[in-house]
Write a protein that binds this ligand. Structure first.
Ligand SMILES: [Fe+2]
Length: 354
């Protein structure tokens, strides 16, 4: 095993995105999302309010995570507390079978990986979620996808899909001008899409009090690669900003759990949008699932047909290559974080504080 603090290893790092374009293209096309298993990451396993004295079961790549509270404190363990187990079953827990656990942003986060490497600085920065949690229940929800988690995230970061798949919720593709910018480091990828005079989101017309036909839109998707968790932040003018946290926990390699939080406390209390928008996730996720659930198992079939991603899908392609680079590093025993994921990303996402 390499020491995670071994800087000689770190100095060998080549940015997989800016390296040779032919290598990049070959990587993009060899992508099998189910092959990627990343360790040494915090996963938002449950909303804090879902964790009580009574244990609940979650999983990361089928590794069981039982969550409960001892007093106020959240606990995560490999086994149900009623089980007569005295010692650890796997290398992911301490000798007593317990995982590192942290409560932040209204979630209980469990560490999947070497417990010795768990550190609060590896919790992703989520600027618009209150650090101590406490969002009302109507801003929280849970959906599941019969789909491998990286495919859900790849679908999300190509936001142009929303114009077609979610047109009846967030508006269609009609606009005067669109720009897409993509930023990355070794642990994150961020896509910023700016739309000029875009058709107003129907949900904002129906519930948000927007009377105009077009609006100026700026949408950001920022993915924390290892934690499989995304920030989805939208600024709408006229209209209210949408502040969604969109984690995709890989319960198994084929199944994803999304305990989302949409903070609409920026929206006036008299505006129904504040209550309706978080619920729209149930409709939107069914639309996404109709695409990704049939697509997911196709990666498991031996076929020669090419993976038909669009060459315009810059963010999706970079996402693939960055995930593969992390997996390759981990295969060589390098689990170190080269970039800090917990540093405040407000500026990167263009977050407008209320
Ligand atoms: Fe979608």
């Amino acid at each position: 095993m390499l020491d995670v603090n071994d800087t000689a290893q770190a100095d060998d790092y080549v940015d997989p995105v800016t390296s040779d374009p032919r290598t990049f293209a070959a990587k993009v096309n060899s992508w099998v999302p189910h092959d990627i298993v990343l360790k040494d990451a915090w996963f938002p396993l449950a909303h804090s309010i879902a964790v009580t004295k009574k244990p609940v079961r979650r999983a990361v790549y089928s590794q069981p995570f039982f969550l409960w509270r001892e007093g106020e404190k959240a606990v995560a363990a490999e086994f149900h507390p009623a089980e007569d187990v005295k010692t650890a079953k796997s290398e992911y827990s301490d000798a007593a079978g317990r995982y590192p656990v942290i409560e932040k942003y209204g979630y209980v986060w469990g560490w999947f990986g070497n417990p010795a490497n768990a550190s609060p600085e590896h919790i992703p920065s989520l600027p618009y979620l209150p650090e101590d949690g406490g969002l009302p229940k109507h801003m929280l929800g849970t959906v599941r996808f019969d789909c491998t988690a990286p495919l859900s995230l790849e679908n999300l970061i190509d936001l142009t899909h929303a114009d077609f798949l979610h047109a009846d919720v967030v508006g269609d593709e009609k606009m005067d001008k669109e720009t897409v910018e993509v930023f990355h480091d070794s642990e994150t990828i961020t896509m910023v899409r700016t739309c000029k005079n875009k058709s107003v989101a129907p949900i904002m017309k129906m519930f948000g009090g927007v009377k105009d036909d077009v609006q100026q839109v700026r949408q950001v998707i920022r993915i924390y690669l290892r934690s499989h968790a995304a920030i989805a932040y939208g600024r709408f003018d006229p209209g209210d900003n949408v502040q969604l946290f969109h984690p995709c926990v890989p319960e198994t390699r084929d199944r994803t759990r999304l305990d989302y939080a949409m903070n609409t406390s920026n929206v006036k209390k008299t505006n129904p949008f504040r209550y309706m928008m978080p619920k729209a996730s149930y409709k939107v996720s069914r639309q996404d699932s109709s695409m990704t659930s049939p697509q997911s198992p196709r990666y498991m079939q031996p076929e020669k047909r090419k993976d038909l991603h669009s060459p315009l899908d810059e963010a999706g392609q970079k996402y693939r290559v960055l995930m593969m680079a992390l997996a390759e590093r981990q295969a060589k025993g390098d689990f170190a974080y080269r970039d800090n994921v917990s540093a405040d990303c407000s500026e990167i996402i263009g977050y407008q504080k209320p």
